[in-house]
Design a protein. Sequence first.
Length: 297
Amino acid sequence: MTSTPDLLMNNGVTMPALGFGVFQSSPEETAAAVETALRVGYRHIDTAAAYFNERQVGEGIRRSGVDRADVFVETKVWVSDYGYDTTLHAFDKAARKLGVDQLDLLILHQPAPDRFDQTIAAYQALETLLADGKVRAIGVSNFMPHHLDELLKQTTIVPAVNQIELHPYFAQPEVQRADAEHGILTQAWSPIGGITFYPGWGEHRRNVLDDPTIGAIAAEHGKSPAQVMLRWQLQHGRSAIPKSTNPGRIAENFDVFDFELTADQVASMDALDTGVRNGPDPDVARPEMFARVIPED
Ligand code: A2P
């Protein structure tokens, strides 16, 4: 099989399980990477206003020659645009940069713990965008179970997706459980553990790509550690959005549909969870994140 399976979201819309990520892809590299990904077979691109490369994602989609209707386009509203009216406007900004009329999935980038009322208002704007047909699905990212509980108390539509840091060294089982209980699809960011080795994200991290258990499983299948991690994500029923700007690795990360992990292999990867987060803690207020302004164009 050379195409990614679809996942059914709680609103009846389907999403290609394996998407293409562009976090930390520079604007110069992004259009070429997206074009390559679509030519290889990816049909789902995940970006964010705060990545400052939505324009280049749109350009890559157009350059690829793949029909817009055949690509699942996902982006995120940044916290400085939270609030009802500003989030409605954030849709306009994103759609204009991406060059699309409708988004397939629009999610809140993260909770703003010290301005949760604005986070709720932003989500209410997503509900309006959904009702108006501007977006096909809405969701959240980096929401912990207590954020979900609070959101569900104050809003009407259950998020379709919660995108969270999720790789073998940090699998967040309690968040996955809460997502499942609410019928929310869990989507993995840094699905091959890029956050465990990105430069500048903290010392003393262990690179999950070098993990001996994963290396041994990869050798048994004649596959790479990254491919084994993506299989692990997909066999758990999650969406995953690996990032690469390297054409060889873009193709490698999509070549994961010709093998299957055994239940024991999946279990031994599940056992690697350290419970230690590598990315930012969604419960810690970081006032500087509001200083990042999303431009109009
Ligand atoms: P590059 O863009 O040079 O390929 P994640 O999506 O889990 O955050 O991982 C992204 C990181 O992993 C990037 O640094 C990316 O670098 C690297 N990467 C992507 N695919 C592979 C792969 N198949 N093998 C090793 N590293 C990879």
